[in-house]
Design a binder for this molecule. Structure first.
Ligand SMILES: [Zn+2]
Length: 645
């Protein structure tokens, strides 16, 4: 009876008259103001006239870039100039509009009125008077002068000059329809590298031929005092700018490895989607790191030591140049239809990032292994770490499917997170890699070793040699191409792996490919180097946390012993078992070892703000690090995948 009465009350509450009572009668109740977009949508029509853009990048001491643009106009009225918002390669609305300052618009020397669009703060409305044929735009891109403001792009020795941060374009046109002639001014004596080929030079100003706005945005520059160029193939070169001359000292063997990487990529993909390709490598302790793909170049920014401390830079080799180069095919040329946009204002949709980034992550490691950028053992060690991280290291698998993580570039924009293993992040990169390893395993096993994922790569990416436009695709195209290579229930497979909640990680490419994921008390070289360069101790599987050499906790695994002890990112470990934490975390590791089995749980003195507290780390499994162990005799599918062609 009570249940019936309650249902009756609820249904009464939901009727219109009762719902009105939700707002107290004395409260004011505004109506919604209609939001009217006054910015013309992009049309596929030729822009009337050629924009002239000059970027003065010579003020590297203050990192201020001065932009001047002359924009032809068809007539009087409202001209909308757009600063790029949705950035290709970032897959997110990450254009740094907050660093645009000093905006002015003039015509024949006369100031023009402008107002920013309040529905889209990346848009500037400029009132163009009668009789004006072109207007001039000036602004500064006041680039970060400290790391906490964003990526540092200018130092006294080099700069990273991205047209997309240093220009605006008129609304109303596909960006490929807007002709533009760009020039750059750099400090005296500096060399410039870019996929653009100059048309002239006058003093410190370099001019580039007329191209379209889309190609220009896709063709950034690096510039600096210390420069060296290496040819990697008839069409591919490696342009290096470094903090100093020593950092340019690549050995012939190292360059030979880069040549092999290019050669192995061409063997996989067949056709290439550039007329020429420039790796734009910066080696610097001051310029911000970078890995950004373009059709005909990539921005590859590493810390010092890339060549001269080769042993400790394995991660830079695996996940940078082979990865960004692969993007020329996967991501830049073949682009998901819902990701492709006609301008940088239309929102991007990242639903197929597990192809764009996932398969690129996959090829990055495969090409690294096939070329010798990584040894086979280093590659297996790296795959082991990935398998562990996205298996037991990602409890968030139980609530969030991989597909949902493709929204993360928009949701999180790579901001630091408190509980990454539970929230999940851009997991489509590395979990995508694991899925593609398994796809290769299935193709090889189903075809009796006759075909592999190389056949998919050639079929999906290797058409129309030298076409460096974009060829879009859908999920169905991926499934159809897989089926052409090897008939299988690919739709069902990808549904389960990508779109459904999948508490168990996709490790069959490893476990049915000739290896097993094992945990031992010895870290692999891959983990040791990561700890050394990251200045931390990775105890993710030895209690559930990563701690810096300064005692600061940088990661806590959800529902782990560390989590249960109340430790969070930002906490600091001050002492272990009553003794001050030494810099290398050795005391911590020794305490974890001593606790193995029936030993005493380590007591950690934790410091959070003004509070000190002692917690017990209830973990008795000792030190555990992931590695792959060979199963059975003879090569497995994973061995075949990593072998050079
Ligand atoms: Zn990528």
């Amino acid at each position: 009876m009570r249940r019936v009465a309650l249902a009756l009350i609820l249904s009464t509450c939901l009727t219109g008259a009762a719902a009105a009572q939700l707002v107290p009668p004395q409260n004011s109740k505004p109506a919604a103001t209609p939001k009217i977009d006054t910015i013309p949508p992009a049309r596929d029509a030729p822009y009337p006239g050629t924009i002239k853009l000059t970027v003065d990048a010579s003020d590297v001491t203050r990192a201020i870039f001065k932009v001047h643009e002359t924009v032809p106009v068809a007539g009087p009225g409202d001209l909308v100039m757009l600063y790029p918002k949705w950035l290709p390669g970032n897959h997110s609305p990450s254009g740094q509009i907050n660093k645009v300052a000093g905006f002015r618009a003039t015509a024949n020397g006369r100031e023009l009125k402008w107002v920013r669009d309040t529905l889209d703060v990346y848009a500037f409305h400029v009132a163009v008077p009668q009789g004006v044929r072109s207007i001039d735009i000036d602004f500064q891109y006041v680039s970060p002068t400290a790391e906490n403001q964003g990526r540092v792009v200018a130092t006294p020795d080099m700069s990273s000059i991205e047209w997309i941060a240093n220009s605006m374009y008129p609304a109303g046109y596909f960006v490929r329809d807007i002709p533009i002639q760009a020039s750059v001014i750099v400090p005296t004596g500096w060399k410039v590298a870019t996929a653009l080929r100059p048309s002239g030079q006058a003093g410190n100003r370099i001019d580039y031929p007329v191209t379209n706005y889309e190609i220009l945005m896709d063709s950034p520059l690096i510039a600096g005092a210390h420069y060296r160029r290496f040819e990697l193939s008839p069409d591919v070169s490696l342009d290096v700018i470094a903090d100093n001359e020593q950092e340019l000292a690549a050995t012939p063997d190292q360059i030979a490895i880069h040549r092999r990487m290019v050669d192995q990529a061409l063997k996989v993909f067949g056709a290439q989607h550039y007329d020429h390709y420039d790796f734009l490598l910066t080696i610097s302790d001051y310029l911000g790191g970078e890995g950004l793909e373009h059709h005909r170049s990539s921005e590859d920014g590493v810390k010092r030591g890339y060549f001269i401390d080769w042993e400790n830079h394995q991660r830079d080799r695996s996940s940078l140049m082979p990865h960004e180069y692969t993007h020329s095919w996967d991501g830049k040329y073949r682009r998901a239809a819902d990701l492709w946009t006609p301008d940088y204002r239309t929102p991007m949709q990242d639903t197929l990032m597990w192809v764009y980034e996932g398969q690129t992550q996959f090829w990055g490691y495969v090409l690294a292994a096939r070329s010798g950028m990584l040894t086979k053992q280093e590659t297996l060690d790296a795959i082991a770490s990935t398998a562990a991280t996205y298996g037991p290291g990602t409890p968030g698998r139980v609530w969030r499917p991989l597909e949902d993580t493709t929204n993360d570039p928009i949701i999180a924009q790579r901001s630091p997170q408190p509980w990454r293993s539970w929230q999940r992040s851009e997991d489509y990169y590395s979990e995508g890699q694991l899925i593609w390893i398994d796809v290769d395993r299935i193709i090889r096993q189903q075809s009796g070793g006759k075909r592999s994922i190389d056949d998919f790569a050639r079929a999906f990416f290797g058409m129309r040699d030298r076409d460096y436009g974009e060829l879009t695709y859908t999920f169905d195209d991926v499934v159809d191409t897989l089926n052409r290579v090897q008939p299988y229930d690919w739709r069902g497979y990808l549904q389960k792996r990508v779109y459904d909640i999948a508490p168990i990680a996709p490790l069959e490419g490893i476990t049915q490919g000739g290896y097993r994921l094992a945990f031992t008390d010895q870290p692999t070289k891959w983990i040791k180097v990561a700890e050394k360069t990251g200045k931390n101790s990775d105890l993710t599987f030895s209690g559930g946390f990563v701690v810096g050499n300064d005692g600061k906790i940088t990661s806590v695994l959800w529902d782990s012993p560390a989590f249960n002890a109340g430790i969070a990112v930002g906490s600091e470990i001050v002492a272990v078992n009553g003794r001050k934490l030494d810099m290398m975390g050795d005391a911590l590791k020794n305490a974890i070892k001593a606790a193995a089995g029936t030993g005493p749980a380590p007591e950690l003195l934790i410091h959070d703000g003004e509070v000190y507290r002692t917690v017990k780390l209830d973990w008795h499994g000792g030190l555990r690090y992931p590695r792959l162990e060979k199963v059975g005799n003879g090569p497995g599918t994973l061995d075949a995948l990593l072998a050079p062609r």
